[in-house]
Design a protein around this ligand. Sequence first.
Ligand SMILES: [Zn+2]
Ligand SMILES: [Zn+2]
Length: 265
Amino acid sequence: MQFVSRADRGAPQPKAPFTRIDVTRGVKIHYEGTAVPADLAGPDQHHRCAGRVNAIEASHMADRNEGWISIAYTAVVCPHSVVFEGRGAHVKNGANGGSSLNAAHYAVCAMVGDSGLTEPTEAMLHGLRDAVEWLQRDGGAGPEIKGHRDGYATSCPGGPLYAWVQAGAPRPGSTAPAPAPTPTPPPSGPDWPGVYLRATTHHEAARIWQQRMRDRGWQIDVDGWFGPASAEVARRFQAEKSLQPVDGIVGPVTWAAAWTAPVTN
Ligand SMILES: [Zn+2]
Ligand SMILES: [Zn+2]
């Protein structure tokens, strides 16, 4: 895979921290949906591509209606098969049409439009496959490859690209659609340590649970002291995940959920 990172293309700092995600069901394919110059696909035109990605990012960040903190896409693939990092792996995107849609699939945009360059080049299809396989390998993406229009009212990713998606998004030259990757095993965490964490408990297990909750995005001190503040986090977590009872005590169920329940964004 030919990959250009955010740093490589001089991407600006996002306006707010990215939202981390562990896994997705797969990837949704997008197109630019506007005019893309037909001559961009020329073999000697790749020098224009990084600037084009940066221009997409600038327009997204200037979009007051959407309020995007950076480019909305996970990645953008150019006609020369290069994968440009957008928000990147393990980051929630802003392109699929809503918060839950954005958390469910990554968003990879191809540099084709609704006029000019409307058909993906063969190199671009290789790049799209490279991006999908990268996200499956390094981003916790599941096997689904869909179009933006799957689950949202839009023409994106346009007829030609959507036909490729529906054919199983095959790598050009391959005789059969790529086999689905081995499903990701269900998440699991460390065994419950056998001690109920309640205010106030001082225990190494409290530190492990606090660290896990912090990794999930909760504001919590990681000090091994399970006091009233930790109990409050436990209570809110239990309520959010519909665990019973909501008592602020970390027993085996609340302990396990810290590793197995999906992270809410
Ligand atoms: Zn789209
Ligand atoms: Zn290019």
